[in-house]
Design a protein around this ligand. Structure first.
Ligand code: ADP
Ligand code: XUL
Length: 526
């Protein structure tokens, strides 16, 4: 049996899926996750983020990500899966985060001691001890500077697929250059989380793929290469510090001697890693235009394949490169699972209790609404968080549980209109896609059939499938994407169907929600 390994290094933890292929049949032979806070408490993260005083700053530790990958490889070995048949590895990572390495990284990576974990050995190669991640919203000034330097946000969006966003890597690099010029000067290479982890596995600098490169505000979307004007505007001499951009199916190298010796692994191919949303596109089976997926993870996202890049004129959405070679449209919400957890915890519930509370409140909450901005929100842009209620009692558990879920779904439907796709089928992925009561609200708000997938972690599955795709191509036996996903990306029986009356009610409620949101943002005055 030939094996393919996919990793997903997300905000809160790392997951792995091993895919076994015999003849033309593929199936998942191993699947596991670990949480950073629990597995590596010495790093002191909370929900994968290092604590700090400024709520607009969100950073984590690249060394934590390296050590978590090591722990995960150990647990695959301990599970009894015989990885000697491993042909290729690929990965998925939280998007936008950046890792800053000095010039020692090359020699350190090439000479790592297999008797010791990776984190402590890599520490001296970091020119910045922390990595800003996608939850960071502290770069509004740098966003304005970058946009102004390239002719405005519309020009930036037309070229890169997105207006300037706080969490995108270009504005983040600019902030680092301005605040810590010496550390910036000592930086030899700036990786995304994805290319950093591919680098670690290959033992040499790996490229960035267009899926994750388009989350930087620095990539020319149509050429799939850096846009010199944006790169020059972001920080001096940045072009020399960025890895190359290469197609998502590029083989970055082979597993380095360190990993081979440490875990008894073969010299498997290491394929270029990508972002979690681009990987999810494949792991959710969206290899044709028309289907959409919602990912209910730490962030909530809605996305779908796009043959032609239709840039969002309203400035909410993104066009990314798709790892299939085309494009994908995406809108991201930072108040996803953590907002649902906050409401769950406010009323002392577990997930079963949360589902019961949701079912106990009337759909539409008699017109009551809630704006779920527990942390700074990406869509719409909300810098000063705070939840707001209209017609909802703060101590009414069921009404608040329903309020947060309805708000999230109404907001997703409202802010994905720019994609100009009528979604009739939605594939649900991510941790909260296990919750059918939440998904029924999705079905009713969108008026679409919602399918759960047999493998919930579509980002991780997408990575394993990408490993197979890249390996087949490298061996001169290319496989098309339909063949890659067939039999592995399967919807579960029992799709959730929309109720026509509730859908009509939500269309009315959407107007009220849009108005409530606009008032809260000060777009409409009271
Ligand atoms: P990430 O984006 O970090 O990869 P996941 O997709 O693994 O996150 O989702 C993790 C989240 O899923 C948890 O934070 C938790 O809030 C949520 N979750 C898990 N089970 C349920 C459930 N039954 N109902 C709602 N949410 C759930
Ligand atoms: C997408 C985004 C998030 C992260 C989560 O633009 O910021 O979905 O990728 O890991």
């Amino acid at each position: 049996m030939t094996l393919y390994l996919g990793f997903d290094s997300s905000t809160q933890g790392v997951s792995a899926i091993v895919l076994g292929v015999e003849g033309d049949r593929a199936h998942v032979v191993f699947q596991s996750s670990l949480q950073f806070d629990d597995a590596l408490p010495r790093y002191g993260t909370r929900h994968g983020v290092l604590p700090g005083d400024d709520p607009s700053v969100a950073v984590s530790s690249p060394l934590l990500w390296a050590d978590a990958l090591d722990l995960m490889l150990r647990s695959i070995g301990a599970s009894g899966v015989d990885l000697r048949g491993l042909a290729a590895i690929a990965g998925s990572a939280q998007q936008h985060g950046s890792v800053y390495l000095n010039a020692s990284a090359r020699s350190v990576l090439a000479a790592m001691d297999p008797a010791r974990p990776p984190g402590e050995q890599l520490a001296r190669s970091l020119s910045r001890p922390v990595a800003p991640i996608w939850m960071d919203s502290s770069t509004s000034v740098e966003c304005a500077e970058l946009a102004a330097a390239v002719g405005g946000n519309l020009a930036l969006a037309a070229r890169t697929g997105s207006r300037a966003f706080e969490r995108f890597t270009g504005p983040q690099i600019r902030k680092f250059f301005k605040r810590e010029p010496d550390a910036y000067a000592a930086t030899d290479r700036i990786h995304l989380v994805s290319s950093f982890l591919a680098t670690l596995l290959a033992g040499a600098h790996a490229p960035i793929d267009p899926g994750d490169g388009s989350g930087t505000n620095l990539m020319d979307l149509s050429r799939g290469d850096w846009w010199p004007r944006a790169v020059e505007a972001a920080a001096p001499a940045l072009a020399n510090k960025l890895p190359a951009i290469a197609p998502s199916w590029t083989i970055a190298g082979t597993l380095s001697p360190y990993w081979q010796a440490r875990h008894g692994l073969p010299a498997a191919h290491v394929a270029v890693w990508s972002g979690d949303n681009p990987c999810s596109l494949i792991g959710a089976g969206l290899v044709r235009e028309g289907l959409a997926a919602i990912s209910l993870g730490t962030s909530d996202t809605i996305f779908g394949l796009m043959r032609e890049p239709r840039v969002d004129q309203t400035g909410t959405g993104h066009v990314f490169g798709a790892p299939t070679g085309g494009f994908m449209g995406l809108t991201c919400f930072s108040n996803g699972s953590l907002a649902r957890e906050r409401v769950r915890d406010m009323f002392g519930l577990d997930w079963a209790g949360f589902s019961r509370a949701l079912a106990a409140a009337q759909p539409g909450n008699d017109g009551g609404l809630l704006l779920p901005w527990f942390v700074p929100e990406i869509t719409p842009s909300v810098a000063a968080p705070g939840i707001r209620r209209s017609g909802l009692e703060p101590d009414d558990g069921p009404a608040n549980v329903r309020g947060v879920v309805e708000a999230q779904m109404l907001s997703m439907a409202l802010h994905s209109r720019w994609m100009q796709v009528a979604f009739d089928t939605i594939h649900a992925t991510g941790g909260a896609s296990a919750n059918r009561e939440i998904l029924q609200v999705t079905a009713d708000v969108f008026g679409a059939e919602v399918r759960q997938l047999a493998v919930e972690n579509s980002a991780c599955l997408g990575a394993a499938l990408r490993a197979r795709h890249a390996h087949a191509l490298a061996e001169g036996r290319p496989l098309d994407w339909d063949t890659i996903v067939r039999g592995v990306v399967e919807p579960l029986p029992g799709a959730l169907r929309p109720d026509r009356r509730r859908h009509a009610m939500y269309q009315d409620l959407m107007r009220a929600y849009a108005e409530f949101e606009a008032r809260a943002l000060g777009v409409i005055k009271n």
